[in-house]
Ligand binder design. Structure first.
Ligand code: NAG
Ligand code: NAG
Ligand code: NAG
Ligand code: NAG
Ligand code: NAG
Ligand code: NAG
Ligand code: NAG
Ligand code: NAG
Ligand code: NAG
Ligand code: NAG
Length: 433
């Protein structure tokens, strides 16, 4: 019995997921390709593909004063979709969901115009986004990017029409939430699928990772991390920017390709935190899901790949990322862990700044990054869950389980022996009294 408890304890210690309040149930956990956003300091998640179907749930994640995670249902009246994009409108009272898999489009052959819905928090209502019946509306799509730029216009790029037509769209559109009008922009050098878009405050939009195509074709290849596409919103111009990937080369043996990762801009507006995703070699049995964070400096165009202390996060693909209070980034959900139990999220503490020696400038101290287990205290768990970034996670996990069982058996044997010895001594001391 004791040994059993110890084995349980051991397993619990190795798999220390971010702790969830007892009241939270597991219904929200099984999904990938959800859309996420932060509004008024709370992280919201909508839809995603569950094992059986697409979800229509909109729910929030918050933390109590003790650092425990809470889920709250917000609405289940919206569309059941995945691989879509969520954009919070200025004022944080409404959020627009663009595109996605799951709309009942009979045989989506690529000629359907985009579906988009708007949710109002104050009225708790869902409506078709105004302007969707205009003369120039983009084609429907999934796996695209959508991002709101500093000019408060929404930019949509790439994606593919749907399961019956997976040709990547090589186009770019802007939606003006005030005039309710879509405008077709200059054609990008490549269309991207499973990419991440980040809007900088100076009007540029940076595109990272994904697969690409050059002329509405099946994808050609992965869009490697050695370059970014940059779109200049004020001049409608596309540029390709070379990135310094020396730091990544050490850890990535699949030529720096990454699809369906998650990118979040840090509060300084300079560094992009890019987490998870898989290599571009899917389909041939060599899928590799990542659990490391790569950090792109948008001033020097250099990737950093710091080792981050704390429990290593889950290997996550089609994951969401959202900032919390300029201090943390929450990454959560994925295709890989769909069938296991976990709270579904990992939380990264953003780096502190440090003064440079010799000059007056401050810079980020990447050594202060950590995966936390308690958002109130910023504590880490001090236990490594999935130790190796490079092994396929299933092998690593099976290995950990085997190790745990062996440790459990050894412990069991030791305890039995100890009890037997103690019992023997006790009987012996009784007998000589
Ligand atoms: C909207 O939410 C963001 C993120 O939580 C916050 O930084 C911002 O101040 C909010 N804006 C308004 C108008 O409440
Ligand atoms: C976080 O730390 C506080 C203070 O030590 C403690 O009360 C709380 O239970 C911890 N929360 C979790 C989730 O471990
Ligand atoms: C949240 O919504 C889901 C799906 O509609 C439901 O299964 C679950 O019980 C709800 N949770 C709470 C706490 O209401
Ligand atoms: C955020 O705060 C604004 C202003 O107080 C409010 O109008 C909006 O509905 C809030 N949004 C959410 C998601 O709480
Ligand atoms: C696509 O579907 C529409 C009707 O939904 C049909 O009119 C059109 O011919 C189809 N195009 C192709 C290429 O199959
Ligand atoms: C969008 O603009 C590009 C470049 O001007 C053009 O080639 C393309 O045909 C336009 N697409 C639509 C749907 O109008
Ligand atoms: C990486 O790219 C090079 C040249 O582009 C190619 O020769 C090599 O086979 C690739 N390696 C892998 C693991 O895909
Ligand atoms: C999850 O379970 C379902 C049904 O048992 C199975 O079809 C699917 O492949 C599993 N997915 C993963 C990621 O293990
Ligand atoms: C300040 O010094 C650090 C080295 O300590 C250097 O990396 C950084 O570029 C310097 N910053 C400026 C603005 O000169
Ligand atoms: C150095 O930084 C301090 C505050 O951080 C500022 O008051 C001072 O003007 C700066 N000096 C120079 C030379 O930039």
């Amino acid at each position: 019995m004791l040994a059993f408890i110890i084995i349980l304890l051991f397993i619990h210690m190795v798999h220390c997921d971010y702790p969830m309040a007892k009241s939270a149930n597991n219904v929200h956990l099984y999904r990938s390709g959800s859309a996420a956003f932060t509004a008024n300091g709370t992280v919201y998640i909508h839809g995603g593909s569950t094992i059986a179907s697409n979800s229509n749930q909109l729910f929030s994640i918050s933390f109590d004063e003790y650092g425990f995670l809470h889920y709250q249902n917000v609405s289940d009246q919206g569309p059941a979709v995945s691989y879509h994009q969520a954009i919070v409108l200025p004022g944080n009272n409404s959020v627009v969901f663009f595109g996605g898999l799951g709309y009942s489009i009979p045989k989506n052959n690529g000629s359907q115009t985009m579906h988009a819905e708007i949710y109002s928090f104050s009225q708790n209502t869902w409506n078709t986004l105004p302007g969707m019946d205009g003369t120039t509306v983009p084609l429907h799509r999934e796996g695209h990017t959508a991002v709101i730029a500093s000019n408060e216009l929404i930019y949509i790029q790439g994606g593919a029409p749907g399961p019956e037509n997976s040709n990547i769209l090589v186009d770019s559109w802007v939606y003006n939430p005030k005039t309710l009008i879509f405008t077709n922009l200059s054609t990008p050098p490549v269309g991207l699928y499973g990419s991440s878009a980040i809007a900088l405050s100076d009007g540029r939009i940076i595109y990272i990772g994904g697969r690409y195509s050059t002329e509405n074709n099946q994808y050609i290849s992965s869009f490697l991390l050695d370059r970014s596409m940059i779109y200049y919103t004020d001049s409608d111009i596309w540029m390709e920017q070379e990135l310094n990937i020396q730091a990544i080369h050490v850890i990535n043996r699949f030529n720096d390709s990454r699809v369906h990762g998650s990118a979040v801009l840090g509060p300084d507006g300079r560094y992009i935190y890019y987490f998870g995703g898989m290599n571009g070699n899917d389909g041939n049995g060599n899928d590799l899901y990542y659990n490391n964070v790569l950090i792109l400096d948008t001033q020097t165009w250099t990737w950093n790949a710091p080792g981050i202390p704390g429990i290593k996060p889950n290997h996550r693909c089609l994951t969401i990322g959202a900032g919390i209070n300029n201090e943390y980034i929450l990454f959560g959900y994925d295709i890989n862990k769909a069938n296991t139990t976990s709270t579904g999220v990992d939380i990264l503490k953003l780096p502190e700044t440090k003064k440079s020696i010799g000059n007056n400038s401050t810079e980020l101290d990447f050594e202060s990054l950590k995966w936390v287990y308690n958002i109130t205290t910023g504590e880490t768990c001090h236990q490594q869950r999935y130790p190796d970034e490079k092994l396929p996670s299933s092998i690593t996990k099976s290995f950990i389980i085997v190790l745990e069982i062996i440790c459990g058996i050894v412990l069991l044997a030791l305890i039995h022996r100890t009890i037997a010895i103690l019992w023997h001594r006790r009987s012996y001391s009784i007998s000589i009294q």
